[in-house]
Design a binder for this molecule. Structure first.
Ligand code: ATP
Ligand code: MG
Length: 209
């Protein structure tokens, strides 16, 4: 069957700062493209025009935002992203290779900021509404010790400057989600080499064809 006739793939990469998400999304994007598939690379937040303005608020005024407003801003960005960058392309037969998605929101705002303790139900309702029931085929979690992974990054954003205790909570949040949904999430050791990780990812993705 020609590639174009096959069901488009929706693949998401999650993980903390410096875990290798952009590296692995790029490697997978290039490999699928070489095979002749129609592929779209997409990342969050800020990949729509209004979303970019939301991203600037999120990254620039972190101290002023409470966890709920932070959550709602990320979901506003995601709503635009799904409408403009994800749903039309999946419907048009494109694979989506996505750098961060709802897993990050639940890990950072939910676990890191603790919103999951008080607002779990509403977080799920808002997020499901925003995604219009579209769900990734696979979510790869690049997992590792945050202190170790963050040493790979040179220029830190406001989120990256958070205390290590926060990033440990975020890691816990990613792992909780992954362990609760083994059907979609795959946990990878982010400290393995780029090529080892890519081959492991490729094994899974090519199995979906
Ligand atoms: N498996 C790996 N082993 C060692 N270094 C790596 C690995 N994967 C990526 N790196 C390096 O670590 C740095 C961060 O990688 P990358 O930008 O892919 O991470 P990221 O998860 O996208 O980070 P951010 O959350 O900041 O967007 C880069 O310099 C990259 O070359
Ligand atoms: Mg990145």
């Amino acid at each position: 069957m020609p590639w174009q006739k096959q069901k488009p793939l929706f693949i998401v990469f999650e993980g903390g700062e410096g875990s290798g998400k952009t590296t692995q999304t790029t490697l997978l994007f290039q490999r699928l493209k070489r095979l002749g598939r129609q592929v779209k690379y997409n990342d969050e937040p800020g990949s729509t025009s209004a979303g970019f303005k939301i991203r600037n608020i999120l990254l620039g005024s972190q101290g002023e935002l409470d966890p709920l407003s932070e959550f709602l801003l990320f979901e506003s960005d995601r709503s635009l992203d799904y409408k403009q960058n994800i749903i039309p392309f999946l419907q048009g037969g494109f694979d989506i290779i996505q750098d961060r998605n709802f897993g990050s929101t639940f890990a950072y705002q939910g676990y890191g900021r603790g919103l999951i303790k008080t607002h779990e139900k509403i977080m799920k309702i808002v997020d499901e509404t925003v995604r219009q029931k579209y769900y990734p085929d696979i979510i790869f979690l690049l997992d590792g010790n945050p202190a170790q992974l963050m040493r790979r990054i040179k220029k830190a954003t406001s989120f990256e400057k958070e205390k290590i205790a926060f990033h440990n909570l975020v890691r816990k949040g990613f792992l909780s989600q992954a362990r609760a949904d083994r059907k979609h999430w795959i946990i990878l050791d982010a400290t393995k080499s780029q090529q080892t990780l890519h081959e492991k990812i490729w094994q899974t993705v090519s199995g979906l064809f």
